[in-house]
Design a protein around this ligand. Structure first.
Ligand SMILES: *Cc1c(COP(=O)(O)O)cnc(C)c1O
Length: 813
């Protein structure tokens, strides 16, 4: 084992260095600085330590490059202090200087460079690769504006610009000298010299991709990796000098802003981004810039060693992992560079690309798979398209025509089809490994979404159940509970999450249980304070904290959760003897700007909150809160406080989920469908420590295949209870904030309840009542909750990354 990083020898040493950094960075004394500046200096100090840190624990001589359009990294300071093992020294030092560390941490911007689970997964993977001593680097986009900031006005979501760079980002370093050029458009020209021929790209729009590097500090500071984020700028070559010289500054400047637009905004993932040319430019920019850099450094490091066999050894030293299909152009782009610029033979280049690239699929819904019109694609990337076309042609030509079902299989797996480039097929064909993100999800890929590929090449497929950074989501997010765990079983679990199993012995230990309750009460109070401050809604911390926090999407069924609340409300009013367990229902999450249905569900939750919270007949029993602007920072306040974790997507829709893992780790009990990683949570904790309800995947499939589900029947059959809830959407009961909910009614009646909200309603409410009944037995509840934490080590992303390293990247970790 390596020695821990020793950044500061003592509290005094820290204070001295901190004071000096204030003077050298801002030319002011510590005492003269505002909290925001104090934060900036502290983060800069830690970042500079990270940059100068001698990194030598890298395993082997193989590096992973994780390509992802999103890295939802969240605030870094607290996590890095934990990883460097200097949290206590810094905390005490700050206190002595007259500020609290928490106040400084609160000044940190939360970079919203991702939509949700997919981007957060990428960030957790970076943490784990560094913790495990893998040379593993991120490659992504530096969006000038993160995902919008969500505010709630009149119950509605309102989107505000997220200017996350307003106060600067102390963790990043601009590397102008590492900039590369990326070309869009132009013409492909064929050249010939005797037998030999080659192609060049002429003209087009040349863009300068400028990298900004963010250090990724691994646990115990043994390894510091790099997250490289690309920004688009006009290249001098291309600046409209004529316009500029002619005094047409407007034209010259318009060109600049057109280029900069490429890295200006992050697209929402849920609706309407398909077919936007700017999105395709983003995808190509970070792929091309990333690959150019990787190949340049590979050439530098190994050129001498391998001589003219250099490129055949690429996959011995480089793994390119593609997170979803957004980096699908990695395959053809790698080929393009090898063939056009490195003089590698076409077939060999394809072999090298496949050996180097691997792909993670994140979605089972065929309609959500990414596609681009061939015409758009070819016009923007003419040379790249030639490689795709040629690979597709050869794929068709060599397709085994003796297979029973070959025509169907070919139509399912070809890259080009129906005027479109199918990015998932592009990803599979250029990869030596395809993985899903939970056992259930991988099974669905094999049986349905990518079935033909699976039948042709089953050896390509493998499962890698997602994971989360337990250091961030338990160690940082839940300081009281983490402290209790350290005091009870030591701190070995921070590097080896499976050690959380040692808590099993304490599930019924009276003093541990009492301390567990205390930690949870503290977390609940902290969240209640935050909610009071941000929304004005007061929550009673004696209530059960029942939490559903995630992106808003029909398949995730926040609507089902609201229906349950309305049901409890109606029943309480109708029957005064009906007394459900007092519960605070806490929601948080953003809906894509253009996703009208999801936005209506947010408005519905806020309308129900307004009715319930202000009705004295029920508001000692039911409270509803909507926490605005869900982000990593607010998530870290919500997860620890949760007692019930709502994971209620219809079975077969959620690829994995990761908030289910974060919540179980923090001692919440899952109320969920048999979907995504809930299945594996159930296996691990046992059926008595989770509450599963609703249709199973096979039942959903059968129901849909049978074509005889009629939501309207369920409504008609029970006008007193379920039907009544549906009526309340449009009868004025909830209209006082900003109107009725006709579109939600239509979704149920006209669209026949695609997401099976009415179908799963009864089993859901029953399950909730049973679970909250169980809550009354405080010891039994604590036992189950602690058991959830004890079993959660499996869901550390350290475990996930070890599996990627072993099975996909072939690295010892
Ligand atoms: C973990 C996380 C998610 C993913 O939540 P799911 O419930 O798995 O969809 C989304 N956003 C943030 C900020 C997260 O931390």
């Amino acid at each position: 084992m390596q020695k821990k990083a020793q950044l500061f020898t003592s509290k005094e040493d820290f204070i001295n260095q901190y004071r000096e950094e204030c003077e050298s960075l801002l030319s002011k004394k510590y005492d003269e600085l505002q909290p925001q500046e104090r934060y900036y200096v502290l983060a800069s100090l830690i970042a500079s330590k990270a940059k100068n840190f001698k990194v030598d624990a890298k395993k082997g001589d193989k590096s992973v490059y994780y390509f992802s359009l999103e890295f939802l990294i969240g605030p870094l300071l607290d996590n890095y202090l934990l990883n460097f093992g200097i949290r206590d020294i810094v905390k005490e030092g700050c206190a002595e200087l007259g500020t609290t560390l928490d106040d400084l941490i609160a000044c940190e911007a939360d970079p919203g460079l991702g939509n949700g689970g997919l981007g957060r997964l990428a960030a957790c993977f970076l943490d784990s690769m560094a913790a495990l001593g893998i040379s593993g680097h991120g490659n992504g986009m530096r969006y000038r504006y993160g995902l919008f900031k969500q505010e709630i006005e009149g119950g509605r979501q309102v989107e505000k610009m997220d200017n996350w760079l307003e106060h600067g980002f102390p963790w990043e370093t601009r590397k102008n000298e590492s900039s590369v050029l990326v070309t869009f458009g132009g013409q492909v020209v064929r050249h010939q010299d005797g037998e030999r021929f080659w192609f060049t790209q002429e003209g087009g729009e040349v863009i300068k991709a400028v990298p900004y590097d963010v250090p990724i500090i691994g646990y115990e500071g043994k390894t510091v990796n790099n997250l490289r984020l690309w920004s688009a700028e006009p290249a001098e070559e291309n600046f409209d000098l004529d316009a500029f010289n002619a005094g047409d500054y407007a034209k010259a400047m318009k060109f600049r802003s057109d280029v900069e637009a490429i890295s200006q905004i992050l697209y929402p993932n849920d609706a309407g981004e398909h077919g936007r040319i700017l999105r395709l430019k983003q995808e190509y920019l970070f792929v091309s810039a990333g690959l150019q850099t990787i190949l340049r450094s590979f050439e530098k490091n190994y050129g001498e060693k391998y001589g003219d066999k250099l490129w055949e050894h690429l996959s011995d030293h480089v793994c390119i992992h593609t997170n979803d299909t957004h980096p699908a152009m990695c395959g053809p782009e790698l080929m393009r560079i090898l063939v056009d610029e490195k003089d590698v033979d076409f077939d060999l280049a394809f072999k090298i690309a496949r050996a180097t690239i691997s792909y993670t699929n994140h979605t089972v819904m065929p309609e959500a798979l990414e596609k681009w019109p061939i015409n758009t694609f070819r016009e923007l990337l003419p040379r790249l398209y030639m490689f795709i076309e040629e690979i597709d042609r050869r794929y068709r030509d060599t397709f085994p025509h003796d297979r029973d079902n070959w025509q169907e299989e070919l139509s399912q797996t070809a890259i080009l089809w129906d005027g479109q480039v199918r990015m998932a097929n592009l990803s599979v064909i250029f990869s030596h490994s395809v993985n899903g993100v939970s056992a259930l999800h991988t099974g669905i890929l094999e049986a349905s979404t990518l079935r033909s590929f699976y039948e042709l090449s089953p050896e390509l497929f493998n499962n890698k159940t997602n994971g989360i950074s337990h250091r961030r989501f338990l160690g940082n997010a839940n300081p009281k509970y983490a402290r209790l765990i350290c005091d009870t079983i030591g701190d070995g679990w921070l590097s080896d999450a499976t050690q959380l199993e040692k808590l099993e012995k304490y599930e019924e230990d009276p003093s541990f249980v009492e301390e567990f309750h205390k930690a949870k009460a503290w977390d609940k109070q902290r969240l209640a304070d935050y909610i009071k401050e941000t929304t004005g809604t007061a929550l009673d911390t004696n209530m059960v904290f029942d939490v559903q926090v995630k992106r808003f999407h029909a398949y995730k069924r926040q609507l089902l959760n609201v229906f349950k609340i309305l049901d409890l409300y109606n029943r309480m009013l109708a029957d005064s003897s009906f007394q459900p367990r007092p519960t605070a229902f806490i929601f948080s999450g953003k809906a894509a700007q253009s996703y009208d249905f999801a936005k209506e569900v947010i408005r519905l939750i806020n309308s129900v909150a307004d009715v319930v919270n202000n009705d004295a007949r029920v508001n000692q029993t039911l409270r509803v809160a909507f926490v605005p602007n869900f982000a990593v920072s607010s998530a870290q306040l919500v997860y620890p406080a949760a007692e019930i974790s709502e994971q209620i997507s219809w079975a077969g829709s959620e690829a994995s989920g990761t908030s289910n893992m974060k919540l179980m780790m923090n001692g919440a009990i899952t109320l969920g469908t048999y979907d995504g990683a809930n299945v594996e949570i159930c296996d691990l904790v046992g059926e008595e420590n989770i509450k599963i309800f609703g249709l199973r995947t096979e039942e959903v499939d059968a129901l849909r295949a049978g074509g005889n589900y009629w939501a309207r029947d369920l409504y008609d059959r029970d006008r007193q209870r379920l039907g009544r809830i549906v009526d309340e959407l449009v009868d004025g009961t909830l209209a006082h904030l900003s109107g009725n909910f006709n579109s939600i009614m239509d979704e149920l009646h006209v669209n026949n309840d695609h997401d099976l909200v009415l179908k799963d309603f009864y089993s859901y409410v029953d399950a909730w009542e049973e679970l909250t009944e169980f809550y009354g037995d405080r010891d039994a509840w604590a036992k189950a909750a602690i058991h959830n934490t004890a079993c959660s080590g499996y869901f550390s992303s350290d475990r996930t990354i070890r599996e990627y390293a072993r099975d996909i990247w072939h690295i010892d970790a």
